[in-house]
Design a protein around this ligand. Structure first.
Ligand SMILES: [Zn+2]
Length: 299
């Protein structure tokens, strides 16, 4: 056998290997249904998370706002955290098992915030409220009730606009004016350290402003879709229950009217009775973001 024949056999062998490998990949992708809904994905995410440890997650190297990590994989100080879609797996993994953070966005609302506060008191649990600056100015009494009952405030911008369509200056106004409205209403101790962008939409400009204002971005791991017309208290409750007792749950106490969204928060209020007691019976804790992500928890 001369060297040319040998070479031909070798390249033929490589080609066959590549074909077999590609076929295997194709068969594999055929076997896995690819029509998962975002909720299915969220459920899988949470299921996977509860089985993983911090070291299973690699930090997003592009996230300059991530904290300094110790060599053992635990973080040394809660200076800046960035629970965005990009690296939320890492941060959700930091939340202790059997711990759920309920977050309520778009309030305060005179129609629904008091009802939600009453339910939370009934079950003796704490939550985090991402309030809208101009609503804080109109309903400072409600913001005061939120903090008086031991809940936490987050910043959800001043007028709930899509930040990525604004200039850097406008973005900063949206965020800073809300901090100021809260400071005026309830004082320095309750000025938020958490920020959630409306629609979950933010960009690098937002991150730079957040850093300057000492705020940390937080999205969610469970979207209850309570703003959708087709949602019911049962579908909302099911989504929370499907969190397997770990994660950050997105709900709403305020309403922004549009044709595509529900015009009230009755389903959200009623959902609380459907999932709180069963989950509390499973020894699941409902705490504020600061409690769930405090550095002491992971030390
Ligand atoms: Zn919102």
């Amino acid at each position: 056998m001369n060297s040319r024949t040998l070479q031909t056999i070798r390249s033929l062998f490589i080609e066959i290997t590549v074909i077999v490998a590609s076929l295997a990949v194709m068969m594999n992708s055929l076997a896995v249904p690819n029509n998962l809904t975002p909720q299915d994905n969220a459920k899988t995410l949470i299921q996977n998370l509860s089985q993983k440890t911090v070291s299973d997650f690699s930090l997003d190297s592009s996230a300059s706002l991530s904290p300094n990590l110790k060599t053992n994989g635990k973080y040394s100080a809660l200076k800046r955290i960035d629970v965005t879609f990009k690296n939320r797996n890492y941060w959700i993994a930091q939340i202790p098992n059997k711990t759920v953070v309920l977050t309520f966005d778009d309030g305060p609302s005179p129609d629904y915030t008091p009802k939600i506060l009453k339910k939370l008191a009934q079950y003796n649990i704490k939550a985090t409220f991402f309030v809208v600056g101009h609503r804080v100015e109109h309903h400072c009494d409600l913001v005061r009730q939120i903090v008086d009952k031991g809940h936490e405030l987050g910043n959800h911008t001043y007028s709930h606009r899509n930040l990525t369509q604004l200039s850097a200056k406008q973005q900063e106004q949206e965020i800073a004016k809300t901090q100021e409205a809260i400071r005026k209403c309830v004082g320095e101790t309750h000025v938020p350290k958490w920020f959630r962008a409306p629609y979950g939409v933010q960009n690098q400009i937002t991150f730079t402003i957040l850093k300057k204002l000492n705020l940390s971005s937080v999205l969610w791991s469970v979207d209850t879709n309570d703003w959708r017309i087709q949602s019911t208290s049962q579908t909302i409750a099911n989504d929370v229950i499907a969190s397997h007792g770990k994660g950050i749950v997105l709900m709403h106490d305020g309403v922004f009217n549009s044709n595509a969204t529900v015009s009230n928060r009755n389903a959200t209020v009623n959902a609380l009775d459907l999932f709180l007691q069963p989950m509390i019976d499973q020894k699941i804790q409902f705490v504020t973001l600061s409690k769930a992500l405090s550095p002491e928890k992971t030390e």
